[in-house]
Design a protein. Structure first.
Length: 239
């Protein structure tokens, strides 16, 4: 379930620009709010609508996101309000007024209006095929790092737009270090609950299993522990 908030006021674009990972001045964008230490707090879509910006966020994170945005508002000419706007989505022909999902073409379109729902697309299969993380599954507040989650590959971070909360850590991970772990698509024989540790034969942990579909899965992997026999519970993991 999603919640749509409206941010209005003369300073709305500059306000978000100084907080979130992406450039919200160029049209619909996927972005995240981070801790000062660069860890993920929430991800959301930002959609221009006339003289306002819509923020489309998972309902379970909405109250905390609203609290944090309000804390940063200070004296900015910004108003943040709840709305009754609903979102529908699909991968077939886009209805009038729909926008392409900015993360990946395979995610189709989103339409903001009076009704919610989708066209029955297999979203887990789509996400697994393209290693697209989902809020509160692969993206875990106060734990995930957005580059390990693929935000740069999925148009969720802009390295040229200037400072934002957590920018220094994110930029350092991008330019000064080689990632040693992150989300990968793996094969799976069997099944195991989301969050099951992936282990080597000697018991050392190699990663964590997440969304599964059609014999494949998204996993957060240590890259130096791939290519060897791995299991997740009773399931066999193929890398």
């Amino acid at each position: 379930m999603r919640r749509i908030m409206r941010i209005s006021g003369q300073d709305r674009v500059g306000f978000l620009q100084g907080l979130v990972t992406n450039d919200v001045s160029k049209g619909p964008a996927w972005a995240a709010l981070l801790t000062p230490q660069g860890k993920y707090l929430a991800d959301f879509l930002v959609i221009p609508q006339g003289d306002a910006l819509l923020v489309d966020v998972d309902d379970r994170l909405a109250d905390d996101l609203l609290r944090r945005l309000s804390m940063y508002k200070l004296r900015s000419d910004v108003q943040i309000a709840a709305t009754d706007i609903q979102v529908s989505r699909g991968t077939g022909p886009a209805p009038d007024g729909a926008i392409p999902d900015p993360r990946h073409p395979a995610l189709g379109w989103r339409l903001y209006g009076d009704t919610a729902g989708d066209d029955g697309s297999d979203w887990d299969a789509i996400r697994v095929e393209h290693a697209i993380p989902e809020t509160l599954i692969e993206l875990i507040p106060n734990d995930s790092f957005i580059l390990e989650a693929g935000f740069d590959r999925l148009n969720g971070v802009d390295f040229r737009k200037g400072c934002y909360v957590g920018q220094e850590v994110t930029a350092r991970m991008k330019h000064k270090a080689e990632l040693k772990k992150g989300l990968r698509v793996v094969g799976i024989e069997g099944a195991a609950p989301v969050g099951t540790p992936i282990t080597m034969e000697d018991g050392r942990e190699a990663g964590v299993l997440f969304t599964q579909s059609n014999g494949r899965a998204i996993a957060h992997m240590r890259f130096d522990r791939m290519g060897v026999p791995l299991t997740a519970g009773e399931a066999r993991i193929l890398t």
